[in-house]
Design a protein around this ligand. Structure first.
Ligand code: ATP
Length: 299
């Protein structure tokens, strides 16, 4: 769906992105991960032509993106920013109607689509007449996402979408977004410097350093088959938690029908320990889960 070939971007004498190439398949969620200044945002902004590369090409469905006017291109590419990017002097309803208005949608169609997204994103319809400053950070981020999804673009670019939220809100909102049907079927490139977030949200992760790609692969590829020392060292600090998040329960306990990570299963077992009366009565315990996980790792 998206193919980036040999992208280079320099700012003065410093090279922000140094000949990188990657593909994103339809419906895939590719995460650009790396420390501050490694070139993630520059890479993302080249996809919707907010930044033009010095050399290299990006193809969208086989067509060079430079063959379209940037404004036309951007109508098919949603863009979600860390600080939500809402216009402060527009109400929520006005903010989310910006692109539909450009496309000359009837106001009834805009209203219907907004209602649908408000329901899916757990937003109270009463906030439609409020200004962004009157909303919580979590609400602002949900409205920012609703705005980017209004005209149902096939591609979504997200730059640190949860970056401005406190840790608890951040964890719960990304859990919610992960299963949101509107997002599940989209082709997404998301920037983050948060390793846990990358592992939770990404089908594949593109780990960058100093404008170059260190490795692109599934979370399991990066963890268990690191391409070099940089990748291994980058993940070391949080390795156990990442492994628990990236391995599925059915991989360590064949026959288990649950398509959830070992981490999620562990969290629900901790919940059961706290509320033993709610226990489902199966034999799985944290100890047996950890034993199965250790055995899986030694395989
Ligand atoms: N408009 C610009 N003018 C000059 N230098 C820039 C510009 N945009 C980015 N850079 C530089 O290019 C490099 C890569 O920046 P970029 O924002 O892509 O990194 P990043 O990985 O997204 O970092 P962060 O997570 O801090 O946003 C940095 O050294 C940055 O200072």
């Amino acid at each position: 769906m998206i193919k980036a070939a040999h992208l280079v971007k320099k700012f003065g004498s410093s090279t922000a992105v140094n000949s990188i190439s990657f593909d994103v398949k339809e419906g895939e969620n590719l995460i650009l991960l790396g420390t501050s200044g490694c070139g993630k945002t520059t890479t993302l902004r080249m996809v919707n032509r907010l930044t033009e590369p010095d050399s290299g090409t990006i193809f969208l469905n086989g067509t060079d993106i430079r063959s379209q006017q940037p404004e036309t291109l951007r109508r098919g590419i949603g863009y979600v920013l860390q600080n939500h990017g809402l216009f402060p002097h527009y109400t929520v309803a006005e903010n989310i109607a910006i692109v539909p208005r450009l496309l000359k949608w009837e106001s009834s169609k805009t209203g219907k689509r907004a209602d649908e997204l408000f329901e899916k994103l757990n937003l109270d319809p009463a906030i439609k007449d409020k200004y962004p400053a009157a909303l919580s950070g979590g609400q602002q981020q949900r409205v920012g996402l609703a705005r980017s999804l209004m005209v149902n673009p096939p591609v979504l670019l997200m730059d640190e979408p949860f970056g401005a939220l406190d840790n608890l809100t951040r964890i719960s909102i990304r859990k919610e977004f992960r299963v949101l049907d509107e997002l599940v079927k989209k082709t997404i490139i998301m920037v983050t410097h948060d390793v846990q977030e990358a592992f939770e949200m990404g089908d594949r992760i593109c780990l960058m350093d100093k404008g170059e790609i260190m490795q692109i692969g599934t979370p399991e590829d990066l963890l268990f088959r690191p391409a070099n020392n940089f990748v291994a060292n980058f993940l070391d600090e949080q390795r156990l938690q990442l492994e628990l998040k990236s391995v599925l329960l059915e991989e360590i306990l064949p026959g288990s029908a649950k398509n959830i990570s070992v981490w999620d299963q562990m969290e629900s077992l901790l919940q059961v320990n706290a509320y033993p009366d709610d226990a489902p009565g199966d034999a799985l315990t944290i100890e047996s889960l950890m034993a199965a996980f250790s055995k899986y790792k030694k395989r």
